[in-house]
Write a protein that binds this ligand. Sequence first.
Ligand code: PLP
Length: 426
Amino acid sequence: MGERNLDFDTVQNRKGTDSLKYDFAAARGYSEEALPLWVADMDFKISSYIQDALQAQVQHGIYGYTETAGDYYDAVAGWMKRHHEWNIDGYKIIKTPGVVPAIGAAINAFTEKGDAVLIQQPVYYCFTEVIEFAGRRVVSNDLILEKQGSGEYGNEKHDDKENDGLQDNRCEDEFGSGRYTIDLKDFEKKIIDEKIKLFLLCNPHNPGGRVWTIEELRSIAEICKKHNVVVFSDEIHEDIVYSGKKHTVFATVSEEAEEITLTATSPGKTFNISGLQIGNIIIKNRELAKRFKKSVNGNMGYSQANAPGIAACRAAYNHGDEWYEAMLKYLESNLQYLIGFLKEELPEVRLIIPDATYLVFLDLRGLGLTNEERRKLIVDKAKLWLDSGEIFGALGRGFERINIACPKSILKEALERLRDAVKSRV
Ligand SMILES: Cc1ncc(COP(=O)(O)O)c(C=O)c1O
């Protein structure tokens, strides 16, 4: 019959659907008029193939304990092969109720209370929350915001009243604010000094939007293998990659990488089914898989997989390609629109141009505002609900993360609100 849900322009009314993004503004300190472009889901209807698979379950009317067989494995393997040139024959797939619970299970499996866990800030804030909640310590190999093209760091100083200690790398020759890179010396030093056993890699990176190069990933693998560090590679954003860029599955860069890695994947972001909570953690090393599975069982009480999540994942990976390609094209045009708008109408605000993800780090450091002033500008004046950069770590201060997975009319409205608020500042 073909894919039916290829309209990404229509504004869907998500209010009154228990939507975290739309229905909890007041409870979270925002006005009801605030336009929400924060939490990482999309305002698009899902693939009709997924809808039909869920419909069939509803029709059947039974939601007992659920397990997967070979056809599920084949669906996941097929997607990985088609889209990431990754052959997962011989790998285990361990299902979890999403990627964040899997992070918790990995922390419990591979570290002890009081141990340090390595991350690279600014990074998805749940990494920090889950580590701290588990009674472990966060150690960050901070990313470096590098001036584009030159390999040098920008050094133009701005009058940011809270700018002490901030990296300020805006460059004048390129519109983008730069790109994050890894300080590998510091990476290895932290591993040694802090006796790191587990590293959480965000690949592609949220909120920096980087796809890491094969060379970067190989260096990470080499260092981690040398010091017996297990790598949890969170690849939930692996499919949202823009033209000319390529995501590399960390486990594929070398045999060393394959041996030490748990790759966390999910159709959640790609197909807008995060509410169905399905994570597929793909592991080659049997010993790591065994320890991780034991921890999953212990942490999640031997619960079986989420029935609608399984049906949705299988339908998405088997039949979702057309929807996915069209959605990605739409996101790409939203990204181009965002860049064009800032250049022409709001050059005071820059951005880190992402290789991947529909989450874009807007750079407001040039406005020279304190945190409080920036919050007032975004929340009270522009009436926008974004994710403030500092929740990703101190290096995110001065940035705001915007989610562009929405109809263009909503993005336009949001950018106009931001422009008007910035222009009316003086
Ligand atoms: C890097 C990253 N990992 C994990 C998640 C959440 O995963 P899940 O909903 O499957 O727990 C997100 C959501 O934004 C994310 O950006």
